[in-house]
Design a protein around this ligand. Structure first.
Ligand SMILES: *Cc1c(COP(=O)(O)O)cnc(C)c1O
Length: 420
């Protein structure tokens, strides 16, 4: 896949648009996404699964911007949602409810009802207690809920602990050994219909083996469930395919598809995929402007106007994202920390990086910011959330306006009297 953020005449571009022009017009910090890169990644996954009955249910939590979701939905994507808010976004972006799957460990009654009324394809159920609530809510609304249990195959995905979800000790899913009992309970309920099995073991997986191991266990379970009389038509294999942030060598989409096909391709099921990061991460950059340079003892800091409230991955997961000047380098490289204005020592975008000398006003681009970037942004330290821009070829549009100061206090009030 071609680099959607090439350097042309010394200046970094998003496709054919100079990032400096976007920063000038929209302000900083700003997220910039490449529509072409999103489409290429989506199409590559589609092509890898050609000939296999499948549905790509894009994991909207990785990048939920309406324009991004709309572009993917236009290409035929369904959506994997984890809350009522994400369901709302998916529908607003034009998703077909019949292609929406609902995952997540703590679905509320109102969320279950909203999804039933929308007519979604599948609930991925994470506990027996949740199964009973789904049955009860379905009974009240007079609708039937299509369900799959999210099973926990107890494999180590060998990724960061915060994004590792398939271990026996994780809060997600039900232990695979308890699945037969759970499916028997589901079958006895009046308002749920068992249609499949679901599994998602973690995120940023760079090896194939955990996928293969987990899905081999899922395949065994599907056979066992069929023997017990359940009609299993769908296998949801989750998301989690890793991407290159630094020197990782994640499997290609074709290699991934081969492993999935080997494990569950022979079961005559529709395969649901829930990719997030592998579609969006490297289709986005985060652009921030240099405010100051400072030296404390022998450490050199570059203070920028983007911070952990805008892009929390470095602070939350100690994750590495490449960072580079948007303009041509001015000098030799020095070793610096790139930090934001937030009052936390954890507020950094990059540590101990080699960057050329920078001046106030220079722009830096943080790579691989299309996934879990804006969606994890907050207003911490009274910072309005920044703009998002979508580029296609030589054209671009602001697809989310930056928040205003009034947005920061929207819904708040200073009551004269407290009631109750
Ligand atoms: C987060 C998540 C995904 C997407 O994971 P990626 O690593 O971004 O592909 C898919 N399914 C579920 C249930 C998730 O929680």
């Amino acid at each position: 896949m071609s680099d959607p953020f090439p350097r042309t005449d010394g200046w970094l571009h998003a496709e054919a648009v100079p990032l400096a022009r976007i920063a000038e017009k929209v302000g900083t910090p700003v997220y910039v996404y490449s529509a072409t890169a999103l489409a290429e990644r989506y199409d590559a996954l589609e092509a890898a699964f050609e000939g296999v009955g499948h549905l790509i249910a894009y994991s909207i939590k990785s990048n939920a911007n309406l324009a991004v979701v709309h572009d993917l939905v236009e290409r035929g994507a369904g959506v994997d949602v984890t809350s009522r808010g994400e369901l709302f976004r998916a529908l607003r972006a034009g998703a077909d409810p019949a292609k929406i799957v609902y995952s997540g460990v703590g679905k509320r009654d109102d969320e279950i009802a909203a999804a039933l009324e929308a007519g979604i394809k599948l609930f991925n159920v994470e506990s027996r207690a949740e199964l009973r609530r789904i049955d009860a809510v379905a009974g009240e609304t007079g609708l039937e809920a299509p369900v799959a249990f999210r099973v926990n195959p107890d494999v180590d995905p060998e990724t960061h602990p915060y994004i590792s979800t398939g271990l026996r000790t994780s809060k997600f899913g039900i232990p695979i050994q308890e699945a037969v009992g759970a499916y028997a309970e589901a079958k006895a309920l009046a308002h749920v219909r068992v249609v499949g099995v679901d599994c998602h073991i973690g995120s940023q997986l760079t090896k194939l083996r955990p996928f293969g191991d987990a899905l081999a266990r899922v395949a065994d379970l599907v056979r066992e469930l069929r023997d017990a009389g359940h009609a299993i038509e769908v296998i949801d294999v989750g998301g989690g395919l890793g991407v290159v942030y630094d020197e990782e060598r994640p499997p290609s989409m074709r290699e991934y598809a081969a492993v999935v096909g080997d494990a569950v391709g022979g079961l005559n099921c529709e395969i649901i995929l829930e990719p997030g990061r592998s579609i969006t991460a490297n289709a986005g950059v985060f652009v921030t402007r240099v405010l100051y340079e400072k030296e404390n003892e022998d450490k050199h800091f570059v203070v920028v106007d983007g911070a952990m409230n805008d892009l929390i991955r470095p602070a939350l997961y100690q994750s590495f994202q490449r960072i580079e000047p948007v303009g041509p380098p001015r000098s030799e490289l020095r070793t610096v920390d790139v930090v934001g204005p937030v009052c936390e020592s954890g507020d950094f975008l990059a540590k101990q990086r080699r960057l050329p000398a920078l001046e106030r006003g220079d722009l830096l681009a943080v790579r691989s910011a299309g996934a879990y970037g804006f969606t994890m942004a907050s207003n911490y330290n009274g910072r309005p959330r920044c703009a998002e821009v979508l580029v296609r070829g030589g054209h671009w549009a602001v697809v989310r306006e930056p928040e205003s100061l009034d947005d920061l206090v929207r819904g708040e009030s200073i009551p004269g009297d407290l009631v109750g």
